[in-house]
Ligand binder design. Structure first.
Ligand code: TYM
Length: 316
């Protein structure tokens, strides 16, 4: 029997942080034996923030190295990038033609950008359509993501339904996999950890960097317990373990932060070391990505052939 399919994506838009890890990557790691896993690098999505070719190239390489260092096994996982599989942008266009502007104007990312009075680029507006294509081309059973992507997956689902209604059953309806406890990993200021808020703890941070990030955690203290410190600590240790420590050290914020620094270091140090090993052979890492993209391309092009047939452009 063939395995069920799991797919998820990440933007190569800078260094990954522990929010990406606990919200999404950990689920990929945990499911790679159970599922056929597609790990997508969405470089075209990242173009809305990365418009420097050197930086883009570096970021793409870095995601592959990060994934390998974290333990995603290329024998079980298909690593691939969006720009290698042109079917993503092709299907995105088709979805554009069956989607209305008022519908996309309800997307959170668009509304946030609008609220900030930004000059919104068409890519940001259209982002959910490309993401729907990323997903629907591969007929995945589940998509592990953080809570911030929930609406995007609902949009992909709506789009699949709309296409199926209009042209006949073609796409499997996608389902998100959001782990409740890590749906929104908080950053050093208590808001969602995010590159754009500058409140991250990078996944491969050096010791000094970890120290600086933890020391900058805003100590919003309810009854002597620094909530933001506890919330990050709770990613690494259970409440059962943490509660007596935090009770014992009520009000001792510096000591609690020092303990958190040590725990993060214990978690990150082996990853940092593994990453250094993979950095020694970048061509090998890139060959893994290329082979993955070739495999993904076959799946995507078969689905696109079906789509072209369904919409009636296939006349030869
Ligand atoms: P991106 O690159 O912003 O983030 C990658 C993944 O990390 C999760 N994440 C978090 N989870 C919990 N707490 C946080 N603080 C946190 N910050 C980030 C995100 O939810 C995401 O799962 N649109 C996507 C990329 C994408 C995609 C796809 C994902 C494009 N196509 C198809 C799945 C399927 C994004 O921008 O993720």
């Amino acid at each position: 029997m063939s395995k069920k399919i799991l797919l998820s994506g990440i933007q190569p838009s800078g260094r990954p942080h522990i929010g990406n890890y606990f919200g999404m990557i950990k689920q990929l790691l945990g499911q790679q034996d159970e599922y056929e896993v597609y790990a997508l690098i969405v470089d075209y999505h990242a173009m809305k923030s990365v418009q420097n070719p050197k930086e883009m190239r570096e970021n793409i390489k870095n995601v592959v190295l990060d994934y390998l260092a974290l333990g995603l096994d290329p024998k079980k996982v298909t690593f691939f990038k969006q720009s290698d599989v042109s079917e993503h942008t092709e299907l995105c266009w088709i979805f554009d033609t069956i989607t209305t502007m008022p519908y996309l104007m309800r997307a959170h990312a668009f509304k946030d950008a609008e609220a900030k009075n930004k000059e919104i680029d068409v890519g940001t507006f259209n982002y959910p359509m490309l993401m729907a294509a990323d997903i629907l081309l591969y007929s995945p059973d589940i998509i592990p993501v953080g809570a911030d992507q929930k609406q995007h997956i609902e949009i992909a689902r709506d789009t699949a339904e709309k296409f199926n209604r209009t042209f006949g059953e073609t796409f499997k309806l996608p389902k998100d996999m959001i782990m409740k406890e890590v749906a929104v990993v908080p950053g050093t200021d208590g808001r969602k950890m995010s590159k754009s808020y500058n409140n991250t703890i990078p996944l491969f941070a050096e010791y000094e960097e970890i120290k600086k990030a933890v020391m900058s955690i805003v100590t919003d203290s309810g009854e002597g317990i620094p909530k933001n410190v506890y919330a990050i600590h709770n990613l690494l240790r259970s409440a059962k373990e943490l509660d007596p420590i935090y009770k014992d050290k009520t009000g001792k914020y510096k000591e609690l932060k020092e303990l958190l620094i040590e725990d993060i270091e214990k978690f990150i140090a082996p990853l940092r070391e593994k990453r250094k090993e993979f950095e020694k052979d970048i061509p090998k890492a890139l060959a893994i990505l290329k082979a993955g993209s070739e495999k993904a391309k076959k799946v995507a092009s078969a689905k696109m052939a079906e789509v072209r047939e369904k919409i009636g452009v296939q006349v030869y």
